[in-house]
Design a protein around this ligand. Structure first.
Ligand SMILES: [Zn+2]
Length: 337
């Protein structure tokens, strides 16, 4: 029995590596150029999706519609003719100049996307270099040991395109340092950002009550319990490079503090606890404690279900929930199956 368990563990360790996907995989799934294209198309009402840098069906459709309306070959690719037709929103190319507060254009949109991808939110990605973008650029420069002047020239752009983020941990391309699996297989029904005059610090997945929630990547559970501030039943996972993912409003928690997880490990089930009008998963990504838009970090799919066998590694009985706002009676109810 013990030998079986350790063999099973060794198998699990082999799979753990897949829990977080290297930056290269992420880089191929989203790009600053596509983000800049989305910003331009959005401003001209040819695109209404999120600025996620992913060349998905909606982006291709919008590009083709724009091309058709401008008597261009509708190939869905933002080539030089299409960029020209986009006017001031289609230029200048990224890296062709240094940009600072007051500037706008294609390159500014791309820079905003890269800042956000590195965890330094520039506010709305709209191609306009405003005070929020300036603040994000300065924070990025400070963290990377660059001259803190808010001017995105060759050095800062180089770090944005090739450097690692947040210190430590290599990044092998233009992508962010980390990618996350989708915690549930459901559409995003509410985006990150300002909503009804208040900041929405995560995204909402519109999944039915009881839907299984999988960990977004490899990490350790640092909170699993009741949050009285509106999150309801909440699980927080600590990942490398000081990233955290938060999973709120759960109907039931299926993990406990200290537990190691990989992408896809079951951590709970969708509910409507806390401040929620109906069942959904409120999902946050926090970097250095600051909530950032999860979308640029999200892979298109949930983790393979086969990673779930880590549940077999759970000890018998209930582990205590912890956290400053946990109610012991309620906590025990949700941690016992
Ligand atoms: Zn929410």
């Amino acid at each position: 029995m013990p030998s079986f368990r350790s063999a099973a563990r060794a198998g699990i360790v082999a799979v753990l590596v897949l829990g977080l996907v290297p930056a290269a995989a992420h880089a191929s799934s989203s790009s600053a150029k596509t983000a800049a294209l989305q910003v331009a198309l959005k401003a001209l009402h040819y695109y209404s999706g999120t600025i996620d840098g992913i060349r998905g069906p909606e982006t291709i459709r919008g590009t083709k519609r724009f091309q058709h309306a401008h008597h261009l070959t509708a190939d869905g690719i933002a080539g030089s003719q299409t960029r020209k037709a986009l006017g001031v929103r289609g230029r200048p190319s990224l890296g062709s100049r240094s940009v600072r507060v007051g500037e706008r254009g294609w390159d500014v949109a791309a820079i905003q996307f890269l800042l956000k991808k590195h965890g330094f939110s520039p506010g709305t990605i709209d191609g306009g270099f405003g005070p929020n973008t300036d603040a994000a650029a300065r924070r990025f420069q400070g963290v990377h040991g660059l001259t803190v002047d808010g001017i995105v020239g060759p050095a800062t752009l180089g770090a944005l395109q090739h450097g690692s983020s947040g210190g430590g941990g290599g990044s092998s391309g233009g992508g962010g340092p980390i990618s996350f699996y989708r915690p549930v297989n459901a559409p995003i029904t509410s985006p990150f950002g300002m909503r009804w005059g208040r900041m929405h610090t995560g995204v909402d997945f519109g999944a039915p009550y009881g839907t299984r929630i999988g960990a977004a990547g490899r990490g350790t559970v640092v909170f699993a319990g009741w949050n009285s501030g509106g999150y309801g039943y909440l699980v927080i996972i600590q990942h490398r490079l000081d990233y955290q993912t938060w999973y709120a409003h759960m109907s039931r928690i299926a993990t406990s503090v200290g537990r190691s997880v990989v992408g896809g490990t079951t951590i709970g089930y969708v509910g409507a606890t806390g401040h929620a009008t109906g069942p959904h998963l409120h999902f946050e990504v926090r970097h250095h404690g600051v909530p950032i838009d999860p979308v640029p970090y999200l892979l298109p799919t949930t983790a393979p279900r086969r990673l779930a066998p880590t549940l077999a590694d759970e000890p018998d009985g209930c582990a205590p929930l912890s956290g400053p706002e946990s109610d012991p009676r309620t906590a025990r109810l949700v941690s016992c199956k």
